[in-house]
Ligand binder design. Structure first.
Ligand code: FAD
Ligand code: SIN
Length: 526
C-alpha cells in the first residue's frame, strides 16, 4: 500500500512518535517502521532520562557535565536548548501515562556516569519499554496518525524521481519494501522526518537491536546530506559477557547505585587508579579502562559487583536485570556479573540545525540518526532519549510554522524493477554482513591505529563494489537494503576516523594520542 500524507516519518521510536504526536492535531501523518513498531532502541533503554530535578542541581551543571563528557565538541547553544527542554518533555510523558518511579511526591532520580548530580528519571530498569508503550498507545489512538510497520525504506524519493526530472534536491518521501509481499511502495509527503535510530550493528558486539544498521544515515548521505562525527561511536562499558546472550546491557545505574568494577583474576578494583570519579567516570574512560584490563591480563571479561549492597535494594532497583541474570544462573545480589564493553550509541549522523532541518529541502531528522551538536565527542548517559523528545518536537514545530510555504507533492515515478531479477546468491549477503561487523570490531573499535583504519578502509572498498554489483542486478530485499546501508555507514565511520588527527572523547588513536587545542567537527560532504 503506497501512501500520501502531509508528513511522513520514517521510524517509530522516541523521536518519530514524539514528532507524530506533536503534528497530528493539525496534519495527517504516516509513520513507517521496518519491523514491529517497538523494535527500535527506544524500547530497550534501561537507565532513564536525564533532567535537572534534584534540589541544588542547575541547568548550568547539566550543561557543563554534557560538555565535559563531549570533550568540548558539543554545540553549547544546542546543549542548552535540549537540557532546558527536559522538564517539559518529562511532564508530557507523565501526561501520556509513563509510570516513572517516585520518592514521596517527587520523581525518584538515579545516578549515572559523568553526572555530577542525581538526575535520571526512570521506570525501574526498563524505562524505554514504558516510554515506547505510552507513545505507541497515544499514536495508535490518534485518528490522524497511520502506523505502517514492516516497511523497509530503501532510499529517499527526491526531485530526481519526479516525472519531470529536476535537480533541486527536494525530498518528497521514500521508496520502501513491504516485508510480507516484497513489493516496493512509494510513500510521499510535503515533509519527511528521518527518525531511523543508530548504526550499532556495524559492530560485531553491540547492545543495539538487530535493525540498528544506519539506514537513515546512509539514505540521507546518498540523497546529498552532510554527515558529521561518525568516528564518535560510543562503547558501553558493561554489556553482559555470555556466549549465548550477546547483547544484554547491564545499565550504568548499577554503577550509579554502588556497583564496582573488579579484575576477576586479581580481585583488584581498578577504576579508582584511573580516574577520581572511579566507576562513574564518563563512558569512554571506563570502557577504555576495561579494554586495557582485559587486553593486559588476557581476560574474557571483568566483574561488575553490586553484591555488597542489601539484596532487597538490588532487587528493587534492578528487577528486570536481576530476573534475566537469575535465568542465566547469576544471582547479582550474591555474585559479580561478568561484563565486557560493546558498541552502544552512534554519536554522529545527519547534520541538522536546531529545527531538525537537514541540508535537503523537505527533509528533517531527529534522534540517534542525527548530529545535532548535543553529544559532541561522547554522549553523556541518558541524554539521548531526551534529544529524541526535544528534536522530535522541534521538527514538528518547524514544519507547522513553514507549512504554507511547503510545495505540494508533484507526480513521482514508481520504483523501477524492470532490469533486476531474484537473487540466486543469498550467501553473499550473510558472508558480507558478518565480515563487516567483524573487521569493524577488530580494526575500528575502542582503541584505534591509523594502520588498522586503513586496513578497514581497503576491505570496505572491495565490499562496496561487490554490494553495488549485487544491488544493481537483484531485486531488493530487507537484508540487502540493510547490508548496503551497513557498508555505507562503515565507510563513513572509517573515513571520519582517518580524518581526525587527534584523540578526543570516543575517538582514541595510538598514532595521535594528543588532543588539539580547537574542537572541530568532522564533516563529510557528499
Ligand atoms: P529508535 O528507537 O532506534 O527507532 C528507530 C526506528 O526507525 C524504528 O522504528 C525502526 O524500525 C525504524 N527504521 C530504521 N530503519 C528503517 C528503515 N530503513 N525503514 C523504515 N523504518 C526504519 N538512552 C537514554 O537516554 N537512556 C537510556 O537509559 C538508554 N538506554 C539504552 C539501552 C540500550 C540497550 C540501547 C541500545 C540504547 C539505550 N539508549 C538510552 C539510547 C536510546 O535508547 C536511543 O538513542 C534512542 O531510543 C533512539 O531513539 P530513535 O527514535 O532515534 O530511534
Ligand atoms: C544505561 O542504562 O546504562 C544506558 C543509558 C544510556 O545509554 O544513556
Amino acid at each position: 500500500m503506497s501512501s500520501t500524507s502531509d508528513v511522513l516519518i520514517v521510524g517509530s521510536g522516541a523521536a518519530g512518535l514524539t514528532a507524530a504526536l506533536t503534528l497530528a492535531d493539525r496534519f495527517r501523518v504516516t509513520v513507517l517502521a521496518k519491523g514491529a513498531l517497538n523494535e527500535g532502541s527506544t524500547a530497550w533503554a534501561q537507565g532513564g532520562i536525564a533532567a535537572v530535578l534534584e534540589p541544588g542541581d542547575t541547568f548550568a551543571n547539566h550543561v557543563e557535565d554534557t560538555m565535559v563528557a563531549g570533550a568540548g565538541l558539543n554545540d553549547r547553544d544546542v546543549v542548552e536548548f535540549v537540557i532546558g527542554g527536559a522538564p517539559a518533555a518529562i511532564e508530557r510523558l507523565v501526561r501520556l501515562g509513563v509510570p516513572f518511579e517516585t520518592d514521596g511526591n517527587a520523581l525518584h532520580l538515579t545516578r549515572e556516569g559523568g553526572h555530577s548530580h542525581r538526575r535520571i528519571v526512570h521506570v525501574a530498569d526498563a524505562t524505554g519499554w514504558a516510554v515506547q508503550e505510552a507513545l505507541q498507545r497515544a499514536a495508535e489512538a490518534h485518528p490522524n496518525i497511520t502506523l505502517l510497520p514492516d516497511r523497509v525504506a530503501i532510499d529517499l524519493a527526491t526531485s530526481r524521481h519526479e516525472e519531470r526530472y529536476s535537480g533541486a534536491g527536494t525530498v518528497w518521501g521514500v521508496y520502501a519494501v513491504e516485508r510480507t509481499l516484497g513489493h516496493v511502495e512509494l510513500h510521499t509527503a510535503r515533509a519527511t522526518i528521518m527518525a531511523t535510530g543508530g548504526a550499532g550493528r556495524t559492530y560485531l558486539f553491540s547492545t543495539a537491536p538487530r535493525g540498528a544498521t544506519g539506514d537513515g544515515i546512509a539514505m540521507a548521505w546518498r540523497g546529498g546530506c552532510r554527515i558529521a562525527n561518525m568516528e564518535m561511536m560510543q562503547f558501553h562499558p558493561t554489556c553482559l559477557y555470555d556466549l549465548d546472550v550477546k547483547n544484554f546491557l547491564i545499565t550504568e545505574a548499577v554503577r550509579g547505585e554502588g556497583g564496582r568494577l573488579v579484575n576477576p583474576r586479581t580481585g583488584h578494583r581498578f577504576m579508582p587508579d584511573i580516574d577520581p570519579r572511579a566507576e562513574l567516570a564518563p563512558r569512554d574512560v571506563v570502557a577504555r579502562a576495561i579494554d586495557a584490563e582485559i587486553k593486559r591480563d588476557g581476560l574474557d571479561y571483568v566483574h561488575l559487583d553490586i553484591s555488597h549492597m542489601p539484596a532487597a535494594f538490588v532487587r528493587g532497583h534492578f528487577p528486570n536485570i536481576h530476573e534475566k541474570l537469575l535465568g542465566l544462573g547469576i544471582d547479582m545480589t550474591r555474585q559479580p556479573i561478568p561484563v565486557v564493553p560493546a558498541q552502544h550509541y552512534t554519536c554522529g549522523g545527519i547534520v541538522v540545525d536546531r529545527d531538525g532541518r537537514t541540508d535537503l529541502p523537505g527533509l528533517y531528522a531527529a534522534g540517534e540518526c542525527t548530529e545535532s551538536g548535543l553529544h559532541g565527542a561522547n554522549r553523556l548517559a541518558s541524554n539521548s532519549l531526551l534529544e529524541c523528545f526535544v528534536f522530535g518536537e522541534a521538527c514538528a514545530t518547524d514544519i507547522a510554522a513553514r507549512w504554507d510555504t511547503l510545495p505540494p507533492v508533484p507526480a513521482i515515478r514508481p520504483w523501477d524493477e524492470s532490469r533486476v531479477t531474484d537473487s540466486d546468491e543469498e550467501v553473499v549477503i550473510k558472508q558480507n554482513w558478518t565480515e563487516i561487523r567483524r573487521f569493524m570490531w577488530n580494526y575500528v573499535g575502542i582503541v584505534r591505529t591509523t594502520k588498522r583504519l586503513q586496513r578497514a578502509a581497503s576491505r570496505i572498498r572491495l565490499l562496496q563494489e561487490e554490494v553495488a554489483d549485487y544491488y544493481g542486478h537483484f531485486r531488493v530485499t530487507p537484508d540487502l537494503i540493510e547490508l548496503r546501508n551497513l557498508i555505507q555507514t562503515a565507510e563513513l565511520i572509517v573515513r571520519s576516523a582517518l580524518q581526525r588527527h587527534e584523540s578526543r572523547g570516543l575517538h582514541y588513536v595510538l598514532d595521535w594520542p594528543g588532543t588539539l587545542p580547537d574542537a572541530v567537527d568532522t564533516v563529510l560532504v557528499p
